[in-house]
Write a protein of this length. Structure first.
Lengths: 369, 472
């Protein structure tokens, strides 16, 4: 064997060995699941949905605090939860951040806090509401986005014809004085839950451009529907099914977990486009995905997506569309398959070494790291 | 469009006056009525006006479950007829983490109110009685224990007054049936003091559980073996402090019980799945034993070596200085149309054996098949068909033969008692189940004489029942 051939073989062998030893994905390095806290505030609200890590210290919030909202009230009726709690990792203390009045004149139909929530660097917290009066979509209201200051006081609301059931995890480009917000809306023409409620292909992804000039509450300066035609469906068990997870990736691509089509969609040029990309292009479909819900972006550029029909988190390489692995994070056997319908909130820890998620059936926040 | 909210100017006034609220403020305080969500919530009383969540935040959970039954035998038994029985269970739990920040601790105390007639002793005189709730009429303390978990729940220790039927020999499939031995099995019911520390009794003891992973769970416990504290042949549930569950007897023997469980095709937290694969059907398998160091009466001989049926016998049974048993439990799903379908078919079986010289029952088995979600739109209903067989031991059979020999009278030798059960658990709401039930008992008591007609055995029994369960 010639020297050059030997060298090439050696290099190839070393490369292959290195590849073999390298973890396949982010989930391979997640070893532990630790119960952080129960999430029920004093008023008994249940069903934790959105999970947000505070980016800054302002008002009653410290950077790194975890904000969690509740979709159900103390009677476990969906669409009537009105509280946000905060959990501080340093002290492991849970406290009430906001108890929003059940009826805000500007929010048609009441208040029921959804998986749509974010905290901006300017300290404003924005949370979605998809309300009900009886725990089902039969009495569903149009809903709104509610703006809170850093002390949990309602500072305003965002409504309009483009907002109907703001539902999914928010994605944000936060520049301080301005921000761009992405939120899915799953309420358009959704009726009451029955045995076989129809799938309505009217869910949207809405881009809102906000200005917080002069420290004032956010003002919408522009809004654009950048995705449309996604499926949405009333459901007697989980209230509503529709696009739930939004996450921004490289090159301005917005990824959307399209629950009813069991796929992850990509909307290119999400921050700049002036029209709707429809339902986007397929990134990946089926396989390990079982009704994808919450979604976030891991430090390695991979998407982490919770399943609605089991207790797994799926890791996806959005560049290639490959589904790398799924990890069981909720094996609650009260549901079949275990963990079904539990995992609505998911967010990375500030250091990126793990993620927080909620198990809504048992009202807990869990840290996987 | 951003708009400013209208603040409730009357908030202070609202708080100051419970009797008067402005229309605007009333909106804020408006709560859905009692009927809202009635058919979907897990408890009849829901949040109980905030009481439940208020207590929950203090770490306290309160459970109240009420069961009412009617049973009637249309054939067989010593007489025919119908009767009512019912129980109410009150349980109070304390999560020490939520209560005062102590991680991993759970305290539990519970009590029963047991009422009504016992059709098994009134009409049937069979071994495998039709309802697991039939017991002496009383209100009694049941369990009082503290559990502490370690290492993220991989190990936990439970100390205090415990009922073993809650953790040992359990079968998920069997538990939906109503016959007693579909819960706490026949063999320990007959062979341990007073039926062992199981409903409505419990015993002081300690239990260690480990969950090392790989689907394995181990249980090991040491308990007082004789909850009421009386002689073996007199369980004395109505005697003294035993009547209300306050006899913490420690003076008979030690009951050591251990079990290893293996769950397969059931995920554990942290399990990683590479690639979509068809999920396999879940199953749980258990192997266990118990050993009792107490004295047990021989079934055949007295303390001088004579047959207990011999007219010259002292009438005092030979003492056997221990007792033991081994058992196995299997639960296996055998069919489901898809992983996320509510419909599934499962089978179960429990087998156990014990020595025949000191025990009335030396072998028992119960098994069956269940179909969950049997009809479209009935996702939480279950229908099941099961059976149980109790084998009367060789020692007891030898005694029967001796009785016939010495008395010269008709005295059949007891053999086996078998029952079949068909039941349908209809879930009206998550908090309300109605369960019609039919059981047929072959050879009641193993073939004992009918005390009302001493020349005949007790006839086979056709039993109908209806159970109503409400969780408050």
């Amino acid at each position: 064997m010639q020297y050059s051939s030997f060298l090439a073989m050696a290099c190839l062998t070393i490369t292959m060995t290195a590849q073999a030893a390298e973890p396949k994905g982010f989930l391979d390095d997640v070893r532990r699941h630790s119960l952080a806290t129960s999430t029920v505030p004093a008023n008994g609200d249940q069903n934790p949905y959105a999970v947000v890590v505070a980016p800054v210290s302002v008002g009653r919030i410290q950077a790194g605090d975890v904000l969690i909202d509740n979709f159900n009230d103390r009677n476990n009726l969906q669409g009537l939860g009105s509280t946000i709690v905060t959990w501080r990792p340093a002290t492991k203390q849970l406290s009430l951040f906001a108890a929003i009045p059940r009826n805000l004149p500007q929010c048609p139909g009441g208040v029921g806090l959804t998986t749509a929530m974010t905290m901006l660097k300017s300290g404003w917290v924005i949370v979605g509401s998809l309300p009900s009066q009886d725990g089902t979509t039969k009495t569903k209201g149009q809903g709104c986005l509610i703006v809170l200051d850093a002390n949990g006081n309602v500072a305003g609301t965002i409504t309009g014809p483009n907002i109907n059931g703001p539902w999914g995890n928010m994605a944000v480009i936060d520049n301080g004085a301005t921000a761009t917000l992405f939120v899915s809306n799953t309420g358009f023409d959704v009726g009451p839950p029955g045995d076989q409620p129809p799938v309505v292909n009217k869910a949207t992804v809405l881009r809102l451009e906000l200005s917080m000039a002069g420290g004032k509450p956010p003002v919408v300066t522009r809004q654009t529907v950048i995705g449309s035609g996604f499926g949405e469906q009333a459901d007697k068990d989980v209230f509503i099914i529709g696009p739930t997870g939004l996450a921004l990736g490289k090159g301005g691509v917005l990824y959307v977990s399209d629950a009813l089509s069991n796929r992850i969609a990509a909307i290119p040029d999400a921050a700049t486009r002036g029209d709707s990309a429809g339902t986007g292009r397929d990134v990946t479909k089926d396989g390990l995905l079982k009704r994808p819900l919450a979604m976030t972006m891991a430090p390695n550029g991979h998407l982490l997506v919770t399943n609605g029909l089991n207790g797994q988190v799926v890791e996806i390489d959005p560049e290639t569309g490959s589904q790398i692995a799924a990890r069981w994070v909720d094996t609650n056997k009260a549901q079949s398959p275990p963990g079904s319908g539990d995992l609505f909130g998911l967010v990375m820890t500030p250091s990126g070494d793990g993620f927080y998620y909620v198990e809504d059936e048992v009202n807990t926040l869990v840290l996987a790291h | 469009m951003l708009t400013r909210p209208t603040r409730c100017a009357m908030a202070t006034a609202c708080l100051a006056s419970a009797l008067w609220t402005s229309a605007a403020c009333a909106q804020d305080d408006q709560q859905p009525g009692f009927m809202t969500g009635l058919w979907t919530r897990s408890n009849l009383l829901g949040g109980a006006g905030g009481v439940r969540s208020g207590l929950w935040n203090l770490g306290i959970t309160i459970g109240v479950q009420d069961v009412n039954e009617v049973w009637g035998n249309v054939t067989g038994g010593v007489q025919r007829g119908a009767s009512y029985d019912g129980v109410t269970l009150l349980s109070v739990g304390l999560d020490t983490q939520r209560a005062f920040g102590w991680e991993g601790g759970t305290f539990n105390v519970s009590a029963w109110n047991i009422r009504g007639r016992n059709i098994a002793t009134d009409n049937l005189l069979n071994l495998q009685t039709p309802s697991g709730f039939l017991a002496a009429d009383t209100t009694r303390l049941w369990e009082v224990w503290y559990q502490q978990s370690f290492l993220d729940g991989r190990i936990d220790v439970k100390l205090g007054q415990q009922s073993l039927d809650q953790e040992f020999m359990t079968s998920q499939g069997s538990s939906m049936f109503l016959n007693t031995v579909m819960g706490w099995p026949m063999l320990p019911s007959a062979d341990l003091y007073a039926g062992g520390p199981a409903y409505p009794l419990s015993s002081l003891g300690v239990r260690l559980r480990t969950q090392p992973g790989y689907g394995i769970t181990t249980l090991l416990g040491v308990f007082a073996d004789n909850p009421p504290g009386g002689p073996f042949n007199d369980d004395g549930q109505l005697r003294g402090s035993t009547l209300w569950g306050g006899n913490f007897n420690l003076r008979t023997g030690a009951l050591v019980i251990g079990e290893i469980q293996y769950t397969m095709n059931q995920p554990g937290n942290g399990d990683v799945v590479h690639g979509a694969t068809a999920s396999r059907l879940p199953g749980t398998y258990k192997l266990g034993f118990w050993y009792d160091s107490g004295p047990f009466p021989d079934q055949q001989f007295d303390n001088t070596g004579l047959s207990l049926a011999d007219p010259a016998s002292t009438g005092i049974a030979l003492t056997q200085w221990n007792n033991f048993s081994i058992y196995g439990v299997a639960d296996q799903m055998i069919w489901r149309p898809s992983e996320d379908s509510p419909r599934s078919v499962s089978v179960f079986a429990r087998l156990m054996g014990a020595p025949g010289d000191r025990n009335l029952i030396n072998f028992s088995v119960n098994a069956g098949i269940t179909l969950k979600a049997p009809f479209e739109g009935r996702d939480n209903d279950t229908v099941g068909v099961g059976f149980g067989i109790a084998q009367v031991s060789g020692g007891a059979q030898a005694f029967d033969r001796s009785v016939a020999f010495f008395s010269g009278a008709f005295n059949p030798v007891r053999t086996t008692e078998t029952f079949i059960e068909v039941t349908y658990q209809y879930t009206v709401a998550p908090w309300w189940q109605v369960q019609p039930d039919f059981q047929y008992v072959f050879n009641p008591g193993g073939g004992i004489l009918n005390p009302n007609q001493p020349t005949q055995r007790i006839g086979n029994e056709a039993i109908f029942g209806l159970r109503n369960t409400i969780t408050f």
